[in-house]
Design a protein around this ligand. Structure first.
Ligand code: IPE
Ligand code: IPE
Ligand code: MG
Length: 239
């Protein structure tokens, strides 16, 4: 985090409220998801403008597979369309796209589209966009523990050598710093299985706005809100 300007280095967003946005307008829930694409573009523009280095977006949870098949299918189609359509603009902005979550559950088509956008944007240095897809924190932590257990079983690691860093490094998010600010739209005040380990000292903000109505201005508000927070990390100020 850059202390001087009080700009969060890493912002994570739980993009919630697409369904309610659509229902309020008498539309299908899927139309709410489609309307959620422009706010992604707006957030990216604003993040780049503020000098945010990492933007994580919670786009699909492991629990979201339990939604009606038509909604899941529409979301998968939307992911594929987006990564293809947005590629030129992402490259232009210097955005590098990465993914967290278990991609093996996605269809081959979706997996291909994701690998392709990661490959195309691999040299982006302005901002890293981390898409949480088929992601849940408990699943991520469970997979991390399995990796560590494997290292112990093969004798590469002794149990007493396991420290917080060992777990951090075994998570999908290993390459990046923890989020400084987590925003959840739509007024819901919960994390819904998102970055539970990484959120230990994150500032949380829960604006009422539904995700399809989220604009660059809303992102600016999040940055302003963050600048007002007093992060103490368990210490006493000025001592
Ligand atoms: C978030 O919006 C998008 C996904 C979970 C994929 P929702 O679809 O959860 O919208 P609400 O919460 O039903 O309004
Ligand atoms: C969290 O939203 C997941 C995403 C935004 C992708 P949900 O709408 O699925 O979460 P709950 O059901 O309200 O907790
Ligand atoms: Mg929701």
């Amino acid at each position: 985090m850059s202390e001087q300007k009080r700009i969060p280095q890493h912002v994570a967003i739980i993009m919630d409220g697409n369904g309610r946005w659509a229902e309020l307008r008498g539309k299908e829930r899927c139309e709410g998801h489609a309307a959620g694409v422009e706010p992604v573009r707006a957030s990216l523009r604003a993040a780049v403008r503020h000098g945010v280095k990492f933007l994580t977006l919670y786009a699909f949870s492991t629990e979201n597979w339990g939604r009606p098949a038509a909604e899941v299918d529409a979301l998968m189609e939307l992911f594929c369309q987006c990564v293809v359509n947005e590629a030129p603009e992402l490259i232009r902005q210097g955005v590098r796209v990465c993914m967290i979550g278990e991609r093996s559950r996605f269809s081959e088509k979706v997996q291909k589209a994701l690998s392709e956008i990661e490959r195309q944007t691999a040299s982006g240095e302005t901002l890293t966009l981390i898409l949480a897809l088929n992601y849940s924190s408990r699943s991520e932590i469970t997979r991390a523990v399995q990796r560590i257990a494997h290292r112990v079983a093969t004798g590469e690691l002794a149990p007493e050598q396991i420290c917080e860093e060992t777990l951090s490094q075994a998570l999908d998010t290993a390459p990046w710093p923890d989020p400084d600010l987590i925003v959840r739209t739509s007024g819901e005040q919960r994390l819904s299985n998102f970055l539970l380990w990484q959120a230990s000292y994150a500032e949380l903000w829960f604006p009422e706005v539904l995700w399809p109505d989220f604009t660059e201005k809303e992102f600016d508000r999040a940055i302003e809100e963050y600048a007002r927070r007093d992060r103490r990390f368990g210490l006493v100020k000025g001592k």
